[in-house]
Design a protein around this ligand. Structure first.
Ligand code: TXA
Ligand code: MG
Length: 324
C-alpha cells in the first residue's frame, strides 16, 4: 500500500508560497492561513463576492459577522474609529489574540457582508509571523473566520483545514500547529463598559488590567448573544420590508432576484440577474441600503430560493422585515 499523494493545495509557508497565496486572495480566492489562535479561512475583505464564498464554504446558515485581519496596528485606523480605550488596548495587546469591535470609519472599504450589515467591525492584528507576512503581502484587509465547516471544531493544523473544508479552499498555507489553539478574545468597545463578547486566547484579567471591568456576557440576553445580527446597532432599513412579493405596489422599491424583475418599482436593485445565490449574498447588504431611500414607502423583495446561501439570505431578510 502506498500513501495517497499529498494534496497540492497544502503548501509550506515559504516566502514564495506566501506570495502565491496573496495573489490568489487578491483575485478573489480563498486562502487558509495559520494564526497564533487557529487557522483562518481568508478572503479579500473588500470583495463582496469573495466574502460570500467564505460563508458558502463554511456552510453557515446565517451571516455571522467576520473578523477583519490587518498586519500592523497602524493599518486599522483606515477601517475603524479608535477612541482612547481602543488605542490603549491596541498598544497593550496587538499583535495578539484580541479582537476589538469598533465603529466603521465613514470611508471604510470593507464589504458590508463581512460585518453582516452592522455599522461596526471586528478587527485584529494576529501575532503569528506567517499570518503577518501573508497579510502584508495581500496589501488589503482580510476577513478570516476559523477555517472549518460551521458545525466542526476550529482547526489548529493545515491537515484539519483540509479535512474540514476540502475542495472549498484554493490554497492552505501550512505554518505548523497553532500556538494558542483557541480563538481570539472578542470585546465590544462601542459599549461602555466594554463587553466581553467571546472569551478566548487572551485572558479577561489581562484586558481588565488595561481597560477596567468588562461587562459579563451573562448580563446580555441570550438572543443578543446568539445572534449578533439582532443587536440594536444592527442595520435594518428604516422603510418596512415586504417579503415574497409577487407584484410591486405604489411608491415601493424592489429588491429583485433573477432574470425577470417585477415591473413598476420606483427604484430597483437586482440581487442577481442570473439567479446566482453567491452573487445575491454579495450584493444583499449594499442593495438594502441603496433601496432604503426617502422617495419610497416600503421595499418589496421577490422570492429567493432557500437552498445553499439562500438560507442565510432569507434569514437575514426575515430579520430585517421584523424590526424590534
Ligand atoms: O482567533 C480568531 O479570532 C480566528 C482567527 C482566524 O483569527 N477567527 C475567528 O473568526 O474565530 P470567527 O468568524 O469564527 O468568529 C468571529 C466572532 C464571532 O463570535 C462574531 O459574532 C464576532 O466575532 N463578531 C465579528 N464581527 C462582529 C461585530 N461587528 N460585532 C459583534 N461581534 C462580532
Ligand atoms: Mg469559528
Amino acid at each position: 500500500m502506498t500513501a495517497p499523494p499529498p494534496d497540492t493545495r497544502v503548501r509550506p509557508a515559504t516566502e514564495e508560497n506566501i506570495r502565491e497565496a496573496a495573489r490568489i486572495l487578491r483575485s478573489g480566492g480563498l486562502v487558509a492561513f495559520p494564526t497564533e489562535t487557529v487557522y483562518g479561512l481568508g478572503a479579500d475583505a473588500c470583495n463582496d463576492a469573495a466574502v460570500a464564498r467564505v460563508f458558502e464554504a463554511k456552510g453557515r446558515p446565517r451571516f455571522n459577522p467576520l473578523i477583519v485581519h490587518v498586519p500592523r496596528p497602524g493599518d486599522a485606523g483606515e477601517l475603524v474609529v479608535f477612541d482612547e480605550r481602543a488605542s490603549r488596548a491596541a498598544e497593550a495587546f496587538w499583535p495578539g489574540p484580541l479582537t476589538m469591535v469598533l465603529r466603521r470609519t465613514a470611508h471604510c472599504p470593507v464589504s458590508l457582508l463581512a460585518s453582516a450589515g452592522l455599522d461596526t467591525l471586528a478587527i485584529r492584528v494576529p501575532a503569528s509571523p506567517v499570518a503577518r507576512e501573508f497579510l502584508a503581502a495581500t496589501a488589503r484587509p482580510v476577513v478570516a473566520p476559523s477555517a472549518n465547516r460551521s458545525t466542526a471544531v476550529s482547526p489548529t493544523t493545515a491537515e484539519h483545514v483540509l479535512q474540514s473544508l476540502g475542495s472549498a479552499v484554493d490554497l492552505i498555507l501550512d505554518g505548523g500547529p497553532c500556538e494558542v489553539g483557541i480563538e481570539s478574545t472578542v470585546i465590544d468597545l462601542t459599549a461602555d463598559p466594554p463587553l466581553l463578547l467571546r472569551p478566548g486566547g487572551l485572558e479577561r484579567s489581562a484586558i481588565e488590567g488595561v481597560l477596567g471591568d468588562l461587562e459579563s456576557p451573562g448580563r446580555m440576553n441570550e438572543t443578543e448573544l446568539r445572534s449578533p445580527g439582532m443587536l440594536a446597532r444592527h442595520y435594518a432599513p428604516e422603510r418596512p420590508i415586504r417579503l415574497e412579493a409577487l407584484e410591486v405596489r405604489e411608491d415601493e422599491a424592489l429588491l429583485a432576484f433573477g432574470p425577470e424583475p417585477l415591473p413598476g418599482a420606483a427604484i430597483t436593485r437586482n440581487l442577481s440577474e442570473k439567479a446566482d445565490l453567491r452573487e445575491a449574498a454579495a450584493n444583499l447588504f449594499r442593495m438594502m441600503r441603496e433601496l432604503d431611500d426617502p422617495r419610497v414607502r416600503s421595499i418589496a423583495v421577490m422570492p429567493i430560493p432557500r437552498h445553499g446561501l439562500g438560507e442565510a439570505i432569507n434569514d437575514r431578510l426575515r430579520r430585517a422585515a421584523t424590526p424590534g
